[in-house]
Design a protein around this ligand. Sequence first.
Ligand code: BMA
Length: 378
Amino acid sequence: MKSFISLIFLTLLAACPAYGKKVSPADKKATKETVNLFRSLYNLQNKGIMYGHQDDLMYGSTWWYVKDRSDTKDFTGDYPAVAGFELGHLELGNERSLDSVSFVQIVDQIKAHYKRGGVITISWHANNPLTLQDPASVSRRQGGTAWDVSSKEVVASILPGGKNHEMFNGWLERLATFFIGLKDDDGTPIPFIFRPYHEHSGSFFWWGTDICTDKEYSDLWRYTVNFLRDKKNIHNILYAYNTDRITTLEQYMRGYPGDDVIDMLSLDMYDRGEKFGGELDNALNFVTKTAIGKNKLTALSETGGRRGMSDWWSTVLLPVVSKYPIGYVLTWRHAYRSRFTMGGNPNQPFPDDFMNFHKSPRTLFLKEIQEENLYRRK
Ligand code: BMA
């Protein structure tokens, strides 16, 4: 009887929103630190928006890999809360990424950022597994790369039964080996957010909406998660589903692989002009609503300012993202020696207005999330 009463009590408690939901990652075997990260991020979404920066720890437009250096830290005095890394060309067995970054140094900086209590997110601009093998593709612009959309057979060719299936398994093996190597000093696997096959709604990557069918896209995702999670027993990954700009939920969900494999619903949207604020507002509204309804995480996983606009961070981005429970906002890499750094001044990694974004009570940089102890380490 007593246990029956306590069962009723617990059921009521769980149903009461005031006590918070006990959310969990899709991976039922996720490690303790990964579950803790997922729950911390879920709750943090209501408190503030973390700032993330791609390759922040690897280089800036005027410097190349200086251990622990960061454009964000140089400019604001603090590291970004979220550090983004890129694995393109790891699948080829190369020592350096498509952006010439050493994978050994990437591992070092992932460990360093985890040690500091920061969040790690990883993207993968995988080469085109079909056209890569075609010698003629080399002569074409983007030939053989992630951006090679010359064939619509690519995804079918790597799924089970496809002619490149075994080769693609080899690529996933290399990814798995890299992921298994991501451990802290005690040998504990480092949790991270993995965002492969990104910007699905665009058609500029071989996994884009018009380049493969929705079913193929979903199958590719499910095959990848099954491979890493179930076959290779890797349980420190949170998986991020991602599209490029979209205007409807229906468009957003095309090819969605399922709640049992996805942990985060994310969106990429760059400012291409006046309409951006409204478009972003519209998209974040239904993306975050859907994510929260599914007990998933959210992010504006790539964005960037309008050229020539000096107060974009505080007058365009911040007012819109502040309206929604968004985990983080990430801006893309400051390519080494790029002529296109924001604000146009290569000696200044961010425009002055970035400080307004940094100082806003709505945004979170590393120091603020260190207090949260996201992984609940002792
Ligand atoms: C793209 C560009 C490329 C880069 C790729 C992967 O958006 O920045 O130059 O190689 O991301 O980082």
